[in-house]
Every structure is written in C-alpha cells, then in structure tokens.
Design a protein around this ligand. Structure first.
Ligand code: NAP
Length: 252
C-alpha cells in the first residue's frame, strides 16, 4: 500500500528528484512550489499546485487541497529552501536575510505545524528535513544561510524530543555540494559564477540525495534514521574541495 508523500519545492533540483524517486509502488504524491509549470513530472495521480511556504494562506490552501486529494499526509519532505548571496554581515542590507529566514526556517515551521498534529493523532508519519552541511560548518558569507540550517537542526531535534513515543519519525538529510539550481539562485541568475562553484569537481547529483531520503523512508517503523550527512567524495569539508585541472576532468 502506497503512502501520501508531500514534497515542498518540487519544481527543481533535490525536490524534483525526490518526487521522481518516490513516484512508485502506489505512492500518492503532493508536489508544491511557486513555479507550478516546472513541478516535477510524476504519475498522473500526483497532486501538483502552487505553494509559497513563506505565505501562511498559500500553505493552508495547498495542504487542504492535497489532503482532500490524497488523504492524511504519511510523509512530509521539507525541501523548499534557498541561499541568497554571500554577503558578510557588515556589508549586508538585510533583504536576503529576511528571504532566507522566511523560507528556510519559518516556511518549514508553517508547513510542519499543520501536518504534525494529524500524524500524532494517527500515531504514524515521517518528516524529512533537507538540511545542509552548512548546519555543521559555518563559512564566511554564509552567516544567515548557515544559521537557518542550524536552526532547522534544532527544530528537528526538538520535534524528535516532543514526539517520542508517538510513532512519528523525523530524519534530517544534510547534503554537501549538489549540482542543482541552488547556486544559480544564490547568485541571482549569474550562470558563469554559479558554474564556477562546481568547476573541476564532481558534485552530488540531486538523485544521490533523493536516494538517501528513500533509504530513510524504507526502514521499518521501529527504525528512525536521525541524520544522513552526505557529501561528494571530492568535498572533505566546506572550503576543502578537490578540483581537477582542466586537462584532467574525466568524471568517475
Ligand atoms: N544544492 C546544494 O548544494 C544544497 C546543499 C545543501 C542543502 N541544500 C538544500 O536543498 C534544498 C533544495 O535545494 P536545491 O539544491 O534543490 O535547489 P533548487 O534547485 O534551487 O531548488 C529549490 C526548490 O525550493 C523551492 N522554493 C524556494 N522558495 C520557495 C518558497 N517560498 N515556497 C515554495 N518553494 C520554494 C523552489 O521552487 P520555486 O522557486 O518554484 O518556488 C525549488 O523547487 C534546499 O533546502 C537547500 O537549502 C542544497
């Protein structure tokens, strides 16, 4: 019997890959993002609609329609998120801070607080947070992005404490560098700058992260995978990346 799996930010990158990976075995998918036309192709039964996680009314409308279409949510994947710029604190104007905090922290809370009570009432459910290596290691220019992912880590831990004994599971999948639209968004559409982030190294593909999510979901109900920290083999740490010279760029 499949599950109702709700994925935020399913119009690109990791969220779209999670949708494609879990689109099987009778699962009923609900996919949301602001760019509805770009939402991942999935089986015809998938519910696909506009969702802006920063807007509580949008969240309400989306959840009511998704639950109406597919019943209570069995799995919530809080994937929608972004980084904006690499401004140092002293140089920032604060606009990007607000967008990152509203999306990566408040957005996750807006969705989770509306889904979790139903999971608790049913004594089952699985919440997956897409965190980041940025929760584990801070870097210059990443004060607020890293801060949002560290906040997500605390929220995840608190929910695990608050729900123990309920049957609800919570997992954080925290990737290092993944080749998605992430850097393009971070650098406001500057393609050459975004491409330089992955230059000469072999980043994770979105599907590599999706398979980590699928693994956590596939464990039996008494097993909770707390955290999967997954990085490219070429990335030892933030800022410690092996890059090959242009003459030796054969990818494994
Ligand atoms: N790529 C990496 O290197 C990396 C590493 C660690 C963690 N992550 C995390 O992975 C997650 C997915 O990022 P990605 O790499 O797949 O980047 P991406 O390709 O830019 O995808 C981001 C997704 O989030 C959605 N989104 C952004 N703001 C939203 C909002 N207000 N409401 C609803 N959806 C929103 C976007 O959809 P719309 O624009 O259509 O709304 C898009 O579908 C993020 O949480 C990111 O922090 C990424």
């Amino acid at each position: 019997m499949g599950q109702h799996i709700l994925i935020t930010g399913a119009s690109s990158g990791i969220g779209a890959a999670i949708a494609r990976t879990l689109d099987r075995d009778g699962n009923r998918l609900s996919l949301g993002a602001r760019r509805v036309a770009s939402l991942a192709e999935a089986s015809r039964a998938a519910f696909r609609a506009h969702l802006d996680v920063t807007d509580e009314r949008s969240v309400e409308t989306f959840l009511a329609a998704a639950i109406g279409a597919h019943g209570p949510v069995d799995v919530l994947v809080n994937n929608a998120g972004l980084a904006r710029g690499v401004e140092k604190v002293a140089e920032a104007d604060g606009q990007a801070w607000r967008e990152m905090i509203e999306t990566n922290v408040l957005g996750v809370l807006h969705v989770t607080r509306r889904v979790l009570p139903q999971m608790l009432a049913r004594g089952q459910g699985h919440i997956v947070m897409i965190g980041s290596v940025a929760a584990h290691q801070t870097y210059e220019g990443g004060s607020v992005y890293c801060g949002t992912k560290r906040a997500l880590q605390s929220i995840t831990e608190a929910i695990r404490l608050e729900t123990v004994g309920s049957g609800v599971r919570i997992t954080s999948v925290d990737p290092g560098m993944v080749d998605t639209e992430f850097s393009l968004v971070r650098f406001s559409g500057d393609r050459p700058r975004a491409d330089r982030v992955y230059e000469g190294m072999h980043p994770l593909r979105a599907v590599d992260v999706a398979e980590c999510v699928a693994f956590a979901l596939s464990r039996p109900p008494h097993v909770n995978i707390d955290l999967i920290l997954v990085k490219p083999t070429d990335q030892a740490a933030v800022g410690k990346v092996h890059r090959r010279p242009a003459t030796d760029r054969t990818r494994p």
